[in-house]
Design a protein around this ligand. Structure first.
Ligand SMILES: Nc1ncnc2c1ncn2[C@@H]1O[C@H](COP(=O)(O)OP(=O)(O)O)[C@@H](O)[C@H]1O
Ligand SMILES: [Mg+2]
Length: 316
């Protein structure tokens, strides 16, 4: 195999994820929790971890700050991924997930990250200009930190000339990326809900989703538009083709992190020069594998390899 193209992921709003358990959540009581588990969290970091789980390599660019940032750096090192950090503003955020063992309910508390200034943003552009290689793949995903402009993805992409940018974002920044297309964007990915929030109407069939994706490609929003249709599978549309990967039925444990595993499979295959069909199949198998694991776990390689042959790609 020729050398794969380098992959960069970017995590500007990482979190130190702490998970624990308690018998019952009762207001006003001291809740005696179990031993906490710590994990590195944040869209880009998850993509890098899933790429590693799938046998690939990437460079994770992460903004860290304060003591929580130092603690997170240790966890990222332990995870075995290659990363570079820049000093983000303030203290890296913490997120807490508490499982209530008597009911099986999961409570998730996400603390806000530090607010970014224009000067802080400048460090990110410098890091991107120094590390992003033309022809490489760059993943922009996850939430934007507070204080960032809604056209941040466009500004990030402009700092990586010649890179094939893969965008997996939501909310207002996604709307902006559709309204004001980012020049030469390689992939725009979203889930079905995000697509429906853009159209303002339900996308009931695979064809309807494909038509919408095709409109976006025609408008120059991206070369490839990828839209998830939940448990049914995933769609990829280019100017030439509309393809759908139907995922095999799996036992659902937690869909948390499935989107990141999907992106990992997609960019890993594309970095290896594989076809869109192969990339969509690997991505869909990785997402399906991720839903079979607990919340804090990404896809397991043995599950991905088992599900991959059962993931059928066909034209829409
Ligand atoms: N039951 C399921 N079986 C297989 N794949 C699933 C299932 N549920 C969701 N998926 C896939 O997992 C991915 C979830 O992506 P997304 O909605 O972006 O998740 P996230 O919440 O991680 O952002 C999609 O690609 C979707 O097709
Ligand atoms: Mg998502």
């Amino acid at each position: 195999m020729t050398h794969p193209r380098p992959i960069l992921t970017l995590t500007l709003n990482p979190a130190l994820d702490m998970a624990t358990e308690v018998e019952e959540i009762i207001p006003g009581h001291k809740l005696r929790c179990g031993e906490p588990l710590l994990d590195p969290g944040g869209g880009g970091l998850n993509v890098s971890r899933a790429i590693r789980a799938l046998g690939g390599e990437s460079l994770a660019l992460v903004a860290l700050g304060g003591l929580t940032g130092d603690r997170l750096a240790g966890l990222i090192r332990d995870s075995g991924i290659t990363f570079l950090s820049i000093l983000g503003p303030g203290e890296t955020r913490l997120s807490l997930s508490v499982g209530e063992t008597s009911t099986g309910r999961q409570y998730r508390f996400m603390l806000p990250g530090p607010v970014w200034t224009a000067a802080d943003r400048g460090h990110v552009f410098t890091l991107l200009r120094a590390t992003a290689q033309p022809g490489g793949l760059s993943v922009i995903s996850g939430s934007q930190p507070p204080g960032m402009p809604i056209d941040l993805p466009a500004q990030l992409a402009a700092s990586m000339p010649g890179c094939r940018v893969v965008l997996d974002i939501s909310g207002k920044p996604l709307m902006q990326a559709v309204r004001r297309p980012i020049p030469d964007l390689e992939v725009l990915r979203m889930d079905g809900e995000e697509a429906e929030s853009l159209t303002g109407a339900p996308l009931e069939s695979r064809e309807a989703t494909a038509n919408f994706a095709e409109d976006l490609v025609r408008q120059g929003v991206a070369k490839k538009v990828v839209i998830a249709r939940g448990a049914e599978g995933n769609l990829l549309v280019t100017a030439e083709r509309r393809i759908f990967a139907a995922t095999p039925r799996v036992e659902v444990r937690s869909a948390v992190g499935a989107g990141d595993s999907f992106v990992a499979g997609l960019v890993l295959a594309l970095s290896r020069g594989q076809s869109d069909d192969e990339a969509l199949a690997l991505a869909s198998a990785a997402a399906a594998a991720a839903v079979t694991t607990d919340a804090t776990h990404l896809c397991r390689p043995e599950d991905v390899m088992r599900l991959l042959p059962a993931t059928r790609v066909s034209a829409v």
